[in-house]
Design a protein around this ligand. Structure first.
Ligand code: BG6
Ligand code: MG
Length: 217
């Protein structure tokens, strides 16, 4: 039994609340193919939760070719324009099963909620999903210096909620994100496969399996 009760929950966005992780995957795959880098689902797992330039650098390193700083900015813009075209029609119907219910469950229990996404598109995505009002605090790329797996984004979110790290838990679908939560010394709830998210405290297949009571003992 834990000696404290949680007072806040900090959510990742892409791949947790909506399936935008798949759109990031499609956009990175197209870019990787255009520069001759091999790209598959396993490689993509290393990109999840990593910011745009960090992801691009990993792909370009895999291509074995050199790119100038200007080339990199052009490629990052191309990927982002493709990604933005894929998410243009997002609506509340694109919330993953259990996402809206989990947020409601948490808020009805009197806990606070924060979003911790390194995506510069995060605000636009939560607005299209109709959940922007469900977060007390939104921390995105504009508010942090260090991408996941650095704990900064989760610590900034907890501070924004007025809570300590051990009063919060984090919800994440990426390896980098789970590392960031653990580096922030928070309980990490993984969304996906236990075989991939080996450092998470608990892994569930999706938020349709989320039950706040399980984490408040
Ligand atoms: C993260 C995704 O949430 O945001 C990554 O897991 C993505 O795949 C990163 O690269 C940055 O997103 P954006 O929208 O700023 O390019
Ligand atoms: Mg994610």
């Amino acid at each position: 039994m834990r000696k404290y009760e949680y007072r806040g929950v900090i959510f990742d966005l892409d791949g947790v609340l909506t399936d935008t992780a798949h759109y990031h995957y499609l956009a990175w795959k197209k870019l990787a193919e255009s520069v001759g880098a091999s790209f598959d689902e396993a490689f993509n797992e290393q990109l999840k939760g990593v910011d745009r330039m960090g992801s691009l650098n990993l792909i370009l390193a895999a291509s074995g070719k050199d790119f100038s700083a200007t080339d990199k900015l052009t490629l990052a813009d191309e990927k982002n324009l493709h990604y933005q075209s894929l998410i243009a029609q997002l609506s509340p119907a694109d919330l993953l099963p259990g996402a809206a219910e989990s947020l409601q469950q948490i808020r009805a229990a009197g806990l606070k909620t924060a979003l911790a996404s390194v995506s510069k598109n995060a605000q636009a995505v939560i607005e299209r999903l109709g959940i922007a009002e469900q977060f007390d605090v939104v921390v995105d790329a504009a508010k942090i210096k260090n991408s996941k797996p650095d704990p900064e984004i989760f610590l900034t979110a907890a501070a924004g909620l007025g809570l300590t790290a051990d009063e919060c838990f984090g919800v994440e679908d990426s390896i980098a994100g789970i590392r960031a939560i653990k580096a922030a010394r928070m309980f990490a709830l993984g969304i996906g496969s236990p075989a991939v998210l080996t450092e998470a405290d608990v892994v569930i297949a999706g938020l349709h399996h989320f039950s706040l009571q399980d984490y408040l003992k």
